[in-house]
Design a protein around this ligand. Structure first.
Ligand code: PLP
Length: 379
């Protein structure tokens, strides 16, 4: 058997739309396909504006500029996340302040956020891990009480909801990723969702090199000029054309992934009952998008052992997130508040199983069988 961890799914329509973008002779950003993509995301999230970017990292950087992060300003976030969540703020002189995650969802532990708030705190950045929503009601209420911005890192959470609301659509700002390891992809790509309308005009300016070019293109001003700081955060039309083909199939992609997720979940139940591993927990108020199927082993040694056992059987499982507070740059640029034991345990014991739209049922069964064989309980 040979099963890769991920295989980027192509819908078959990508090249058709790319050919069309080519024929339209508009290859820079904000043409027809970018507009189609932005509209699709607005319809999905109800956001005031959705702006395609060249990555989620870029969207997070835009968010840091939008909320005016100045040197020394603090931003509360989990340590158990991808580097860009923190780096975007560090680039502006901000200080990530990490708190521990919840043991169930591995999302930021909302009950630990208040203790991390200081007079320098500017924002809370919940990361919807594995496409499962953070406890947004509590986080939004805290932010309101202390006058903080909420920026959702919804990189993994396209098409997930919390109490029926799209992830990425609840904070002042939200960010998506369309990196090829995510559910719907553009190779490299992302988006900024603007839910608080006060940020919309400036978001357009920051994305267009600090100019009011977007207004100019809409005929709302007769010239365009340098009005603010900014950079070039928009992708070209080829990327947008590719992504639009994926958006059209997004529901089918998610349905297929959910089927695989459910297969893993059902088949591994017995191993959880026998205390060999723990399966993901999805709170009732969260509909997830099957971005990830992970298991948590009892010890780091068990995790490492199963990982190499699976590799020996041709199955490429992976683990991730060296906690940011312990990483070399984390020690230099950030601080943390409280005990970080859930973060460390997750990092030590997690194992992510292959999940992608083209993974076949038979392959899922083989992977499950391999895990049972390893546990020596038999399938
Ligand atoms: C993938 C990911 C990112 C970065 O996305 P890019 O589009 O590659 O910049 C940021 N945060 C989280 C939680 C992610 O999973």
């Amino acid at each position: 058997m040979k099963v890769t961890f991920n295989k980027p799914y192509m819908t078959g329509k990508e090249l058709h739309y790319i050919a069309d973008a080519h024929a339209r002779r508009h290859l820079s950003g904000d043409g027809y396909y970018t507009q189609q993509c932005n509209q699709w995301m607005k319809a999905l999230t109800g956001s005031h504006a959705a702006l395609l970017t060249h990555s989620c990292t870029a969207a997070l950087e835009m968010a840091a500029i939008l909320i005016d992060i100045k040197p020394g300003d603090e931003v509360i976030m989990p340590s158990y996340t991808f580097v860009s969540t923190a780096n975007a703020f560090v680039l502006r002189g901000g200080v990530p302040v990490f708190v521990d995650i919840r043991p169930d969802t591995l999302n930021i532990d909302e009950s630990r956020v208040e203790a991390a708030i200081s007079d320098k705190t500017k924002a809370i950045v919940p990361v919807h891990y594995a496409g499962v929503g953070c406890e947004m009601d509590t986080i939004v209420a805290l932010a309101k009480q202390y006058g903080l911005a909420v920026i959702e890192d919804a990189a993994q959470a396209v098409q997930s909801t919390y109490k029926g609301q799209a992830l990425g659509g609840m904070g002042d700002l939200g960010t998506y990723s369309f990196h090829e390891t995510k559910n719907v992809i553009a190779g490299e790509g992302g988006a900024l969702l603007v839910n608080n309308a006060q940020y919309t005009e400036r978001a357009e300016i920051i994305r267009e090199k600090g100019t009011n070019r977007s207004k100019f293109l809409r005929g709302e001003t007769d010239k365009y000029t340098w009005v603010d700081i900014g950079s070039s955060y928009l992708p070209g039309e080829i990327i947008a054309a590719f992504l639009y083909a994926q958006f059209e199939e997004a529901e089918a992609i998610t349905r297929r992934r959910l089927h695989i997720w459910d297969m893993y979940h059902e088949s591994l139940k017995v191993l959880e009952e026998k205390a060999v591993l723990r399966r993901p927990i999805v709170p009732d108020e969260c509909q997830h998008n099957a971005h990830m199927y992970y298991i948590l082993l009892n010890t780091r040694q068990a995790r490492d052992d199963l990982l190499s056992y699976l590799r020996g059987r041709g199955i490429h499982a992976v683990f991730h997130y060296i906690p940011l507070h312990n990483a070399p740059a984390g020690k230099q640029y950030s601080r943390y508040v409280g005990d970080m034991s859930c973060t460390i345990t997750a990092s030590d014991t997690i194992l992510r199983l292959p999940i992608f739209a083209e993974l076949e049922d038979a392959e899922v069964n083989d992977i499950v069988e391999a895990i049972y064989d390893w546990s020596s309980l038999g399938a």
